[in-house]
Design a protein around this ligand. Structure first.
Ligand code: COA
Length: 223
């Protein structure tokens, strides 16, 4: 098995895995079948600096994929990323999910991110155990915030501290995931505010009808 950056040629395989998770599991909070354009959008959205889209391949077969992108669109969240990871049915339980996660964590540390967040459907014990085994801590449970297959779903927040940063945030510096205007959160209160640069119009968020756990976008614009 090889872990590498995802390419356009991998997208049909990624789509098969993704479509299976949508149709059969509560890992992704939608029942709308995904399409190839959605996976193209996913790849584009996760190919920007500080983000990643990776695949696990065995020969020509994509057996898993994962990604890391911004946790939130607001600048104050710019040192936090969110991950997702999926392994093809029939290939689970062989270390692929762990290998993908280890690669995502290593590249996120290298990129200088501070915290990684995983949003895991509360009944997804396999994913919760995978994340815990990599050092993620349970950070809260949101009850009945999702629905699929005619029932309510709870969402577990899990977090992993990526760096050994001191208690205070680092001095202003552009974050690898910053889409513009990222300096505001670290300005001392009362300091003159420079208007934030407008966010570039990047690739449209992947699958805007999705609100999955271990989501892949849209990157939140709320609070
Ligand atoms: C969850 C998932 C990514 C794990 O990947 P995987 O390749 O099957 O897992 P691995 O073989 O790498 O196992 C790593 C660890 O995960 C945990 N784990 C994985 N599957 C598990 C299961 N079914 N039950 C309990 N623990 C499980 C274990 O702690 C395991 O460590 P161990 O083998 O030392 O006990 C994969 O099963 C999957 O894609 N599931 C469906 C989609 C999904 O839920 N994605 C995550 C959304 S948040």
């Amino acid at each position: 098995m090889l872990i590498r950056t995802a390419t356009e040629a991998d997208l049909p395989g990624v789509l098969e895995i993704h479509a299976h998770a949508v149709a059969r599991s509560t890992a992704i909070f939608t029942e709308v079948p995904p399409d190839l354009q959605g996976r193209r959008d996913w790849l584009a959205a996760h190919s920007e600096p500080g983000r990643s889209a990776i695949v696990a391949v065995e020969g020509d077969l994509v057996v898993g994929y994962g990604s890391v992108g911004p946790f939130h669109a607001k600048p104050g969240y710019r040192h936090t990323v969110e991950n997702s990871v999926y392994v093809r049915e029939g290939h689970q339980g062989r270390g692929t999910g762990r290998a993908l996660m280890e690669s995502l964590i290593a590249s996120s540390r290298e990129a200088g991110h501070h915290v990684m967040v995983a949003l895991v459907e509360a009944g997804n014990e396999g994913s919760a155990r995978l994340h815990r085994s990599l050092g993620f801590e349970d950070a809260g449970l949101l009850r009945e915030v999702g629905t699929k297959f005619g029932r309510w779903l709870d969402l577990r927040y899990m977090t992993l501290r990526l760096d050994d940063a001191p208690a205070d945030p680092p001095p202003d510096r552009p974050s690898p995931t910053d889409r513009g205007g990222g300096e505001a959160a670290q300005r001392p209160s009362g300091a003159a505010a420079k208007p934030p640069a407008p966010a570039p119009r990047g690739a449209r968020p992947a699958q805007s009808d999705e609100w999955p756990s271990c989501r892949e976008g849209p990157f939140s614009r709320g609070g």
